[in-house]
Design a protein around this ligand. Structure first.
Ligand code: PMP
Length: 359
């Protein structure tokens, strides 16, 4: 007889990561293709020499560096084993009853329904609007007395769409302050709105204790393999997050690499300009070929190919490029190096591909 496992877990989908195949270009996960900077690689190597020692359980040095970067108090900073761990911890600190609701747009980051169901709470999904963006009015209208958390993914994964500052501000104004609003800004560094419309959650959250902002070192900072992300919010929320986390889950190497990356942030963030230029170049080429492509403020593009998504993903893989199909909704393509993107565009804009998938 096998051990008893919670039967409700059968209904929970496993997290599906972008596939990797040796020798095949991978535009299926939203990583950066740039390797760590030499200064970061050095910090990683030095930290590895002390791998026999537990890391700092309070992540003090990294939290202090993040606090300084954002001009907040260290008590307002939580660090997690990737920001996905913080997503899980957020549901753990807010939900304890089966009637507790976690609200989010759909499609959005696939971890939201998983962490909700694992915690035994109820997921409430509000469809994206016709432009594949969050319908913030519908999201606000879906708040009930049972709502404990709202995840707002800005820019949204997997569609890349983003809301400007005034839209987010209006949303925060109408959500009751007993509901924790999580502004998941994993792709923040790829936003290119005019300065006065820039939706910086950390600024919007000042004076709003029910706002928690998530950022990550996995994307623009290029540390996806080391798993480190952070949240900025009210000290009471941060204290609760630190109670539920797995002790020592932000390892020594991740802490050292994140500190070195913050020190080298100007160089790292400059790299995002090249990614944004590639994203826009790819979008222009796809639109010219006849594709519908959501407006993207992230490092990826969304092609709403509906029923043909899986078949498109398979055809692209056959042409040597892995992209990421999502059920019968669409396909996400990450902006990689220019030669990788060229290989993808060669497949995508080939008249035979266009004929097969767009007509
Ligand atoms: N939020 C969003 C919207 C994401 O797309 C991701 C990564 N796929 C994460 C959070 C988690 O990133 P990480 O755990 O690597 O910090």
């Amino acid at each position: 007889m096998s051990a008893h496992i919670r039967p409700d877990l059968d209904a929970i989908p496993a997290y599906i990561a972008g596939r990797s195949l040796p020798g095949v270009v991978k535009l299926a996960s939203n990583e950066t293709t740039f390797p760590p900077l030499p200064s970061v690689a050095k910090a990683i190597a030095e930290a590895a020499e002390q791998a026999n020692r537990y890391p700092d359980i309070h992540v003090s040095e990294l939290r202090a560096a993040i606090a300084e970067f954002h001009d907040v108090a260290i008590e307002q900073v939580a660090v997690g084993c990737g920001s996905v761990a913080l997503c899980q911890e957020i549901v753990q600190i807010t939900c304890g009853q089966p009637t507790d609701e976690v609200l989010f747009a759909w499609r959005s980051f696939e971890a939201y329904p998983i962490v909700t169901q694992v915690a035994g709470a109820r997921a409430v999904q509000v469809p994206l609007n016709s432009e594949y963006a969050h319908d913030l009015d519908a999201l606000a209208a879906a708040v009930t007395p049972n709502t404990r958390v709202v995840f707002v993914c800005n820019p949204n994964n997997p569609t890349g769409t983003a809301h400007r500052r005034a839209d987010i501000e209006r949303f925060l104004d109408v959500v009751p302050d007993t509901v924790l609003v999580v502004l998941d800004e994993a792709y923040y560094e790829y936003l290119r709105f005019p300065a006065d419309e820039h939706p910086n959650g950390v600024e919007l959250g000042r004076g709003r204790p029910n706002v928690l902002v998530l950022r990550t070192f996995s994307k623009a900072y290029g540390l996806a393999g080391l798993r480190v992300g952070y949240g900025i919010g009210d000290p009471a929320v941060i204290t609760a997050l630190m109670k539920v986390r797995v002790p020592f889950s932000v390892n020594r190497i991740a802490q050292a690499a994140a500190i070195a990356s913050l020190e080298a942030r100007h160089e790292l963030l400059e790299r995002t300009d090249a990614v944004v230029a590639e994203r826009d170049r790819m979008r222009d080429a796809l639109v010219a070929a006849g594709y519908r492509v959501a407006a993207s403020q992230a490092n990826f593009l969304w092609l709403p190919l509906g029923e043909r998504s899986a078949e498109y993903g398979a055809a692209s893989a056959e042409a040597g490029v892995l992209v990421r199909p999502y059920g019968t909704d669409g396909v996400r393509v990450t902006a990689g190096d220019s030669h990788e993107n060229d290989l993808y565009l060669r497949f995508a804009t080939d008249p035979a591909t266009v004929e097969r998938f767009l007509n």
